[in-house]
Design a protein around this ligand. Structure first.
Ligand code: HAM
Length: 417
């Protein structure tokens, strides 16, 4: 049986990185009173269609959708924000608190062409600050992304931000952009030619050199922003300055999801070794209302864990904790007796592995060495009749018989618990 393309097993050796990320993120976000939320992996297809936008890549070609036995149209979530918005409305979270600061970490699904840092099942860590239109909320979430990345030793990143204005400002600009680009249609890259009639603003984000050249004289979205939108953006930038969060303004930055307004941002690597974003986010003031909830301005981001791991794995230098004691009972009687010792190890929180094999003692000891255990506890017929255990030091080879009554004291003195 083969693993599905674009999916990966996360093996025990790698889990320590995931646990480290979870713990680091938990510590930072808990300090800022962000609460963890877990929503289902499956949702109604409709939720994503109504949230992400019908002219986006996710909706057009990347959704894992199916009809279930009850004839419902279901989708494996491609992102977290729509689900959080749904949950916020369903559970009336707005009734309990004016501002809800939420975070999540879990698998997402997009049918993309698999490559390094791009999978079909991937994981996102995301935060959503729901209920504030204040620019300080935008700045706080960006600061948190920066802080989390720094803490995880991903320091070579750059934050790019832009203001994409509100819906009316963008539709006005959209018309201007279409008029400007239409005469150049045949010179645009294929994707941009298609986008000209579906989602022209996304052309601004094109990586194609010729398209970029044409865009260099295109009208600027910023010229179509109202004073209010400009003020919001300026204040976000001012807050970031006072917070000492480094950023650059990129007026061509357009996000691939349609629910954003005003602030949009992405975090990529500084050295251009990969142009894929590690983090993407922005403000989405109309999404919750659009889904049937109250008017609730919000802002958030998501970090792709697999992309982050590629960058930080080497600098984290994490190590699996070694097994300290290997327990080798020989024979049925010893397997019954062994639990008395296990209780003592459990009490002292000393990590152990119980040998479950019918192997010879020699093989059991070899196995203990392979696990890097410091000691091996051997219990055979002789030890049972003497009411003792043999404690073998696997580092210097010394072996001592210890009376059962002394075992607790010895373990306490070795591990100083
Ligand atoms: P997004 O930009 O679509 O935004 O995804 C966020 C991050 O998820 C990306 O920057 C990337 O690191 C990771 N990612 C996306 N697709 C893949 C993939 N196929 N394989 C590996 N990693 C991937 C969102 O999803 C928004 N919900 C973010 C947000 C939260 N906006 C506001 N709140």
């Amino acid at each position: 049986m083969q693993l599905l393309r674009g999916t990966k097993d996360i093996l025990p050796d790698e889990i320590i990185f995931w646990q480290h990320i979870y713990q680091t993120v938990y510590n930072i976000l808990d300090l800022h009173n962000y609460k963890e939320i877990r929503t289902p992996i499956i949702e109604s297809t409709n939720l994503f269609e109504r949230s992400i936008g019908s002219d986006t890549d996710i909706i057009n070609k990347e959704m894992y959708s199916f009809i279930d036995q009850g004839n419902r149209n279901i989708t494996l979530r491609p992102e977290g924000t729509a689900s959080i918005a749904r949950s916020f409305i369903n559970n009336k979270l707005y009734a309990k608190k004016k501002i809800n600061k939420l975070w999540y970490m879990g698998p997402m699904f997009r049918y993309e062409r698999p490559q390094s840092g791009r999978q079909r099942q991937f994981h996102q860590l995301g935060i959503e600050c729901i209920g504030s239109s204040n620019p300080i909320a935008d700045a706080e979430v960006i600061r948190l992304a920066n802080q989390i990345l720094n803490k995880l030793k991903c320091s070579n990143h750059k934050i790019e931000i832009n203001s994409i204005g509100n819906f009316e400002e963008r539709s006005l600009y959209r018309e201007k952009l279409i008029s400007y680009l239409t005469p150049y249609k045949d010179d645009l890259d294929q994707e941009s030619q298609r986008r000209l009639s579906t989602n022209p603003l996304r052309i601004l984000d094109s990586k194609n050199d010729k398209t970029k050249e044409i865009l260099s004289h295109a009208p600027n979205l910023q010229e179509y922003l109202t004073r209010e939108s400009k003020k919001h953006f300026e204040e976000v930038c001012e807050f970031l300055n006072t917070m000492d969060v480094p950023y650059t303004i990129n007026n061509k930055l357009i996000r691939g999801l349609d629910y954003y307004n005003d602030t949009a941002f992405e975090i990529t690597l500084n050295d251009k070794s990969s142009k894929d974003a590690i983090c993407g986010g922005g403000r989405y003031d109309t999404l919750i209302q659009q889904l049937g909830g109250p008017k609730t301005p919000s802002v958030g981001w998501a970090i792709g864990i697999e992309r982050l791991l590629i960058l930080i794995k080497n600098s984290l230098k994490l190590k699996n904790h070694d097994t300290l004691i290997y327990i080798a009972p020989i024979g049925m009687k010893a397997q019954t007796k062994v639990w008395e010792f296990i209780k003592i190890l459990e009490h002292h929180k000393v990590k152990f592995e119980l040998d479950l094999s019918n192997d010879t003692l020699k093989k059991k000891i070899k196995c203990a060495h392979q696990l890097n255990a410091q000691f091996c506890i051997i219990i055979g017929d002789e030890e049972i009749s003497n009411n003792s255990v043999a404690l073998k030091n696997l580092i210097n080879g010394e072996q001592n018989n210890i009376a059962i009554t002394e075992f607790n004291t010895i373990i306490h003195s070795i591990y100083n618990t």
